[in-house]
Design a protein around this ligand. Structure first.
Ligand code: IVH
Length: 702
C-alpha cells in the first residue's frame, strides 16, 4: 500500500484524538454528501487521502479504532428519503485501494503470508474494470427479480426495486442451468457519458440541478421515489458477483460464466490473468483506453480466482482480503494558460474559463478548463501566460489545480472585468456570494438564449414541439429575441420570406403544430409565469409561493414595483414574512424589477400591459369567501384591475360573472363612467360596490 501519511512521532494521544475527531467528522460529512445527497463535495482522491490519514492515526493509536470509526464502516445508513430498507443476504463490502503496482504486489504478498504460502506465489487473478457507478444487490427467487437494493451501510440498503425494474438492461427473469431458488446478484448501475451529457442538457432546460458526474447522475436517477422518473434515465448495469458461493463453481471466472449464462450483462473486458505481466498489460491498456470506453471507470479490480482461497482469506473490517481495487491516478497534465475568458450562464453568473494550449489527458484533448470563480483565481494567483496544472478526475469538466512555478516572467494579476463581455452591462457581486453576475438580463445574448430555453421548458410555458435547436435558430435569425416574440411569431411569419413552413426540415403541418402549441399557452398560470421569467433563486416552489400570496399578476407586479431593499419598505417586510421566502429571493426580485429591459419584457408579454399572454390569477380557496356562489356583474372602467383579471379573480373565488344585471344578480361592481347597468342595479335594489370595495371583499379572510 502507499505509505499512509505518517504524523510525527511525538504526537500525543490527546492531539491524535482531536485530529481523529476532526478527520472522522470531515469524512462523515463527505459520506453524507456522497451517499445520501448524491452530491460529493470533494474529489475521490482528496477523500481517499482523508481516509488514509485516519487509518494511519488508528495504526499508531489503536485505542482510536472504535466500532463507529469510518474505517470500520462502508458507506452510510440508508437515507431517510422514504425508501423501504432491505437487509442484504450477506454484507456488501468495500474494496481496499492500491495506487501503484508495488501496492498491488504487496497486497497479494500479504494474502500469501496469511495463507502460509510463499510470498512469491502468484495467484491467478480475474481483472475487471472498476465501474464508477453505484453498487446494487438484485435478489432473484425462482428466477424472477424479487427485490433490488443499494449498498447503504453494507448491511442494509434502500429498496430500489421499482426503479431497477425499469432498466431494460437488467433481466426480470433469469434462465439457464443450476439456478438456485434464491440468489443475490451484485453489480454496478451506471450511466454512459453520452447519456449523462444528454441528461444534464435536459436538466438545464428544465432549470433543474445539474449532476456533477455520471456516477452522481446514476445514483440520483435510481434513488427516485417515482420510478417513472428512473424509467426516463437510460441506466445500465454490469454484474460482477454474487453474495454467496454458487454450487459447482470453483473459481470466480466460473461464477462470471454462470452469470452470463443466466442472461446477466457482464463487462466484456473482464479477463483472467495468469501472470504478473498480464495484470500489468491489462491495467496499462485500460488506463490508456478508459476515455474511449464511453462510461467512467476509476481503476481495475483484481480478485483471486480460486474460490477456496477466497473463502480461506475471508474479510478484514470492511473489505475482503482476496480482492483489491487498483485505482487510476487522476488524469493530470501541464500546459500554458493562454487566456482567461468569461462564460455567461442563464442567470447571468459569469464563470471564468481557462483557454489552454491543448493537451491530451487520458486520451481526450483538453483546451478549456473551469476556473470556478474570481476568488479561486485570486486564491491560486492564476495569471494569463502561466503554466498550469490541469486535472480531469471523474468529472467531465477539467479543472485548473494551480500554477506550476516557472522561470518565465509572469503576466499581470488577472483583473476581473467590470462589464459583461457579451452585452456590456455591468457585472455585480451580490453580498455573500462567490459568483459575479451580469446584470444585462434578457438583453444579454448569452443569457437570452438560455433564458428562452428556460422560458419554454416543461415547468414554465411548456411549449410542446419547440426544440432547443429551433429556438436557437429563431434567435440567430432575429425572429425570437425575447419571450414575447414567441407569441407574435405566427403573425410575423405571414410576412416572412420564405415563411417557416418552407424552411429546411419544416412543413405546413409542423409549423401549424408549433403555432398551435404556442397559442395554447397564451393563457398561463401566475406561478408558471413567474417561474418562466428565470429570476435567479425563484424556482418553481418560490414562484408558487409568490403566486399564492399575490393571487393576480397585477397585484404581484404592483408589489414588485413598490419593492426596495430599505429596511422600512412595506413590500419588503411583507415579502420576507411569507413562509418559504427569504431576503435573497427578495433581493433577486428587486434586482430583476429595477432593470428597465426586464420591465419591457413584461410589458410586451402580458395582456394586461398590452402584450400577448394572459396571466391567470391563482385561484383563491373558494370556501369561506363572501363571493363564493354569488352572481356578479362588472360595469364601467375598472382602474386597478383589468376586466379579464377581475372576472378571473371572481371566478377563482367561486362566483359567476354575468354580462347583464337581473334579479339574480348579487353584486354590481361599478367602475368609472358606469352607465345603464348601474342604474338598473339601483332600480332592482342590488348591492352596488366600488372597485375598492370589491378588492377588499376579495381579500383572503382571517
Ligand atoms: S467487487 C467484495 N467488482 O467498487 C467487493 N466492485 O470500492 C465487492 N465496483 O462497492 C465489490 N466495479 O460498487 C467489484 N468489477 C467490480 C466493480 C466493483 C465497481 C465498485 C463496487 C464496490 C466499490 C468498492
Amino acid at each position: 500500500m502507499t505509505q499512509p501519511h505518517q504524523d510525527s512521532d511525538d504526537l500525543s494521544l490527546e492531539d491524535a484524538k482531536s485530529q481523529w475527531q476532526r478527520l472522522a467528522h470531515e469524512i462523515a460529512v463527505h459520506d453524507e454528501a456522497y451517499y445520501t445527497l448524491d452530491a460529493p463535495t470533494i474529489s475521490d482522491e482528496a477523500y481517499d487521502l482523508l481516509r488514509k490519514r485516519l487509518e494511519a492515526l488508528e495504526q499508531r493509536f489503536p485505542v482510536l479504532q472504535t466500532r463507529d470509526s469510518p474505517t470500520q464502516k462502508v458507506g452510510v445508513s440508508p437515507s431517510k428519503k422514504g425508501f423501504a430498507k432491505i437487509t442484504h443476504d450477506a454484507p456488501m463490502l468495500s474494496l481496499e485501494n492500491a495506487f501503484s503496482l508495488d501496492d498491488v504486489w504487496d497486497y497479494f504478498k500479504k494474502a500469501a503470508r496469511f495463507l502460509g504460502m510463499s510470498e512469491e506465489t502468484f495467484f491467478p487473478l480475474v481483472a475487471e474494470p472498476k465501474i464508477d457507478g453505484l453498487s446494487c444487490a438484485l435478489v432473484f427467487e425462482n428466477g424472477g427479480l424479487l427485490t433490488a437494493s443499494t449498498r447503504g451501510d453494507g448491511e442494509t440498503g434502500e429498496d430500489v426495486t421499482a426503479g431497477i425494474k425499469t432498466i431494460p438492461f437488467i433481466p426480470q427473469t433469469l434462465l439457464g442451468p443450476h439456478l438456485p431458488g434464491r440468489i443475490e446478484i451484485r453489480g454496478e448501475v451506471y450511466l454512459s457519458h453520452d447519456d449523462f451529457v444528454r441528461l444534464n442538457q435536459e436538466q438545464e432546460a428544465l432549470g433543474a440541478r445539474l449532476f456533477a458526474n455520471p456516477r452522481n447522475a446514476a445514483a440520483g436517477s435510481l434513488r427516485q421515489l417515482d420510478p417513472s422518473v428512473t424509467a426516463k434515465r437510460p441506466l445500465k448495469f454490469f454484474a460482477y458477483g454474487t453474495s454467496l458461493p454458487l454450487d459447482g463453481c470453483k473459481t470466480h471466472w466460473d461464477v462470471l460464466a454462470r452469470l452470463a449464462q443466466w442472461g446477466l450483462p457482464l463487462n466484456p473486458l473482464n479477463i483472467l490473468c495468469t501472470s504478473k505481466d498480464e495484470v500489468i498489460a491489462f491495467y496499462k491498456k485500460l488506463e490508456q483506453e478508459r476515455s474511449a470506453l464511453g462510461y467512467d471507470i476509476d481503476g481495475v479490480v483484481y480478485k483471486i480466482n480460486d474460490l477456496a482461497l477466497q473463502s480461506r482469506l475471508g474479510t478484514a473490517a470492511r473489505a475482503p482480503r482476496f480482492a483489491l481495487a487498483h485505482k487510476f491516478s487522476a488524469q493530470k497534465g501541464q500546459t500554458v494558460l493562454r487566456k482567461i475568458t468569461l462564460q455567461v450562464g442563464r442567470t447571468g453568473v459569469v464563470t471564468p474559463v481557462a483557454e489552454l494550449a491543448p493537451l491530451t489527458l487520458g486520451g481526450v484533448v483538453v483546451s478549456r478548463a473551469t476556473l470556478h470563480n474570481h476568488d479561486e483565481i485570486v486564491r491560486k494567483d492564476i495569471r494569463e501566460g502561466d503554466t498550469v496544472l490541469i486535472q480531469r478526475a471523474g468529472d467531465v469538466i477539467p479543472q485548473v489545480l494551480g500554477v506550476v512555478p516557472s522561470e518565465r516572467p509572469r503576466g499581470d494579476p488577472f483583473v476581473f472585468p467590470s462589464i459583461c463581455p457579451i452585452c456590456a452591462s455591468h457585472l455585480e457581486r451580490l453580498p455573500g456570494e462567490a459568483a459575479i453576475r451580469c446584470t444585462g438580463g434578457l438583453v444579454c445574448d448569452a443569457q437570452a438564449t438560455l433564458r428562452l430555453r428556460h422560458f419554454v421548458s416543461k415547468a414554465a410555458f411548456d411549449i410542446d414541439g419547440l426544440s432547443i435547436k429551433h429556438l436557437e435558430l429563431f434567435y440567430e435569425k432575429g425572429l425570437v429575441r425575447t419571450p414575447a416574440d414567441l407569441f407574435t411569431l405566427e403573425e410575423r411569419n405571414r410576412f416572412l420570406s420564405p415563411p417557416i413552413e418552407s424552411w429546411n426540415g419544416w412543413g405546413p403541418q409542423s409549423a401549424r403544430n408549433l403555432f398551435d402549441a404556442l397559442n395554447q399557452r397564451r393563457q398561463i398560470s401566475l406561478s408558471r409565469f413567474i417561474y418562466a421569467l428565470g429570476i435567479p433563486k425563484i424556482g418553481e416552489k418560490t414562484a408558487k409561493i409568490l403566486s399564492k400570496h399575490y393571487h393576480t399578476y397585477e397585484m404581484w407586479r404592483a408589489a414588485m414595483s413598490a419593492l426596495n431593499l430599505e429596511e422600512n419598505n412595506q413590500t419588503l417586510q411583507d415579502l420576507i414574512s411569507i413562509d418559504g421566502l427569504g431576503l435573497t429571493a427578495a433581493e433577486e426580485l428587486h434586482a430583476f424589477f429595477v432593470e428597465p429591459h426586464n420591465q419591457d419584457v413584461l410589458r410586451a408579454l402580458v395582456a394586461q400591459e398590452g402584450g400577448t399572454v394572459f396571466v391567470e390569477a391563482d385561484p383563491l380557496k373558494a370556501s369561506g369567501s363572501p363571493i363564493t356562489g354569488k352572481t356578479v356583474v362588472f360595469t364601467g372602467t375598472l382602474e386597478r384591475l383589468s376586466r379579464r383579471e377581475a372576472k378571473a379573480q371572481a371566478e377563482g373565488l367561486g362566483a359567476n360573472v354575468a354580462g347583464s344585471v337581473s334579479a339574480k344578480t348579487d353584486y354590481v361592481i361599478v367602475g368609472k363612467d358606469a352607465g345603464k347597468k348601474a342604474k338598473e342595479a339601483e332600480r332592482l335594489g342590488i348591492t352596488i360596490l366600488s372597485e375598492e370595495a370589491w378588492i377588499t371583499l376579495c381579500q383572503p379572510q382571517g
